[in-house]
Design a protein around this ligand. Structure first.
Ligand code: 4AD
Ligand code: MG
Length: 507
């Protein structure tokens, strides 16, 4: 059993202890081997000295390669300069498992390569931090609902009906009959809410999204609460309290992880501010630039951003050119070449990001200018509007044609349905979709027909309206979308241990 953990080193200052873990880095200098050990709880520099170890044991240390697993015994010494603030002065070392030619070296790899090696990439510090944040988010979600008196329920994954439209169903074979992998546990959650009052599901859901976007997975985890006697406004209050609780909890418990990821937490700290609630109509005016947000206009801001991006690209290209010339200077010191090369690599990284923005912004501009009133918001529209905000926004009252069949028609205006989408700021877009449910059997039946869904598969669902119907509402939070925003990841694929998406089934 592993007795001492890197996360607890402060407790053992001055003592001799044994750590067990993997070498995440190693370098040698005369008579010394420096190993950075990781054990799942943290990282720690371990110094192996030829003066201390037996000659044979020191040779062992020299053999350590990236990701070799080992036991290390030594004294815990405080050293502020080291990651974690402590260092181990090793007296003994034992190799447990060798690791020859670890495929993920320190040099920059492309993301496709890293995704192919996902089973190993998970050991990297940044991935470790993201997965810890994900874990904290899951825990906080359960804490919130349990303290609010919700009962957790598990919805089936084999389903006989479509919940979120028929265009992205994964069909499978259920003893000779067609069945679908669940797109959402909501309809079952509604049934359970009639038993419990307030429930939430927390499980995998599936969407056959045949497109590669930074927002879409084929398999993702959804949290779906459903509350009896809630209307859309109660629902929005709950969503706001819920997201505020989860983000605050992550800020309190994952400061170190967010720092490792490089997340600017000031944006997350805004979570205490009220979430603006906009009707669909208001959201459309903002997207089209007809209405400003805190003095910011969507179209003008995008045009300015594009100009800034282009200026920066020109400056970077100039600097790269200069540095590349410089390192060709005959007789330049190795150290200086290395320094310049590192700067060039960093600039190229920034350039890649900027060039992506240079490609994207004109598309966002075009989609904002040409947005057709009555349409659903696309990814670009969500980006345009949420770049103007520093807190999540709630968009409600949608044209009923673009939303799911189960949403309640707005009693004040039949053209609208009482759906609500929560869009995360900084360009992230939708993280929550939900709304108040239709309780009228006739309106529901009409909608099921309009969506060309097989009525017999929904008879049980209509029963909920036949036997003691009552107002109720709920929502679905996409776990990966929330992790992606909280960690400010460029793509949803890094928010889940083993992503399943169009073109990716392995590892
Ligand atoms: O908006 P959606 O489709 O709503 C529902 O499924 C409702 N039944 C929820 C409810 O009211 N109980 O999906 C809900 C959320 C989205 O806001 C998004 O965060 C996430 O699920 N989501 C996806 N996440 C990753 N990849 C995909 N392909 C996703 N599709 C939806
Ligand atoms: Mg949605």
């Amino acid at each position: 059993m592993q007795k001492y953990l890197i996360s607890d080193l402060a407790k053992y200052e001055g003592q001799e202890i044994t750590l067990s873990g993997w070498a995440s880095n190693k370098r040698e200098s005369k008579g010394l081997v420096f190993i950075v050990l990781r054990d799942g709880t943290g990282w720690c520099q371990c110094v192996v000295s030829a003066d201390v170890l037996s000659a044979e044991n020191f040779e062992e240390a020299r053999k350590v390669t990236l990701e070799t697993s080992l036991h290390l015994t030594g004294k815990v010494v405080k050293d502020e300069r080291q990651i974690g603030g402590y260092e181990i002065q090793v007296s003994q070392l034992q190799i447990i498992g060798e690791s020859a030619d670890y495929p993920i070296a320190k040099k920059e790899h492309g993301v496709d390569f890293l995704m192919d090696k996902r089973h190993l990439w998970l050991r990297a510090q940044r991935q470790w931090a993201i997965m810890r944040v994900r874990n904290q988010i899951s825990f906080a979600i359960h804490q919130f609902f349990q303290k609010e008196g919700f009962v957790q329920m598990d919805a089936p994954l084999f389903t006989g009906n479509a919940c979120e439209g028929t265009s992205n169903l994964f069909e499978t074979d259920f003893y000779g009959d067609p069945a679908y992998l669940s797109q959402s546990g909501q309809l079952y959650g509604e049934a359970m809410a009639f038993s419990m009052g307030k429930i939430y599901t927390f499980g995998p859901t599936f969407r056959a999204e045949k497109s590669k976007t930074r927002r879409h997975l084929s398999e993702f985890w959804m949290i779906e609460p459903e509350m009896m006697f809630y209307d859309i406004f109660d629902n929005m209050d709950l969503i706001e309290n819920f997201l505020r609780f989860v983000v605050t909890n992550v800020l309190e418990n994952c400061a170190k992880e967010l720092e490792t990821i490089g997340r600017d937490i000031s944006v997350l700290q805004n979570i205490v501010k009220p979430f603006p609630r906009l009707t669909y109509d208001e959201a459309v005016s903002i997207i089209k630039g007809e209405k400003d947000v805190n003095g910011k206009n969507s179209i003008v801001t995008l045009e300015q951003d594009l100009a800034l991006v282009q200026t920066r690209i020109a400056a970077i290209n100039l600097e790269i050119g200069e540095r590349e010339e410089k390192i060709k200077t005959p007789g330049m010191k190795k150290g200086e070449i290395g320094f310049n090369q590192a700067q060039i690599d960093k600039l190229k990284q920034e350039l890649a990001d900027l060039e992506e923005q240079e490609r994207n912004i004109p598309q966002w501009l075009q989609s904002a200018r040409n947005f057709k009133y009555g349409n659903d918001l696309g990814g670009s529209d969500e980006t345009v509007i949420t770049r103007l905000f520093e807190v999540p926004i709630m968009v409600y009252n949608w044209p009923h044609e673009v939303k799911a069949f189960y949403l309640k028609r707005d009693p004040n205006n039949q053209a609208f349905a009482r759906g609500v989408d929560v869009l995360a700021p900084e360009g992230y877009g939708e993280i929550v979709g939900g709304g108040e449910r239709e309780t009228n059997v006739q309106l529901l039946t009409d909608k099921i027909n309009e969506h060309q869904l097989p009525m017999e598969a929904f008879e049980w669902y209509l029963d909920l309206r036949r036997y003691g119907t009552a107002p109720h509402a709920g929502f679905g939070l996409g776990l990966e979308r929330l992790v992606t925003w909280i960690c400010k990841l460029p793509h949803v694929r890094e928010s889940i241990p083993f992503p399943r998406m169009y073109g990716r089934l392995l590892p």
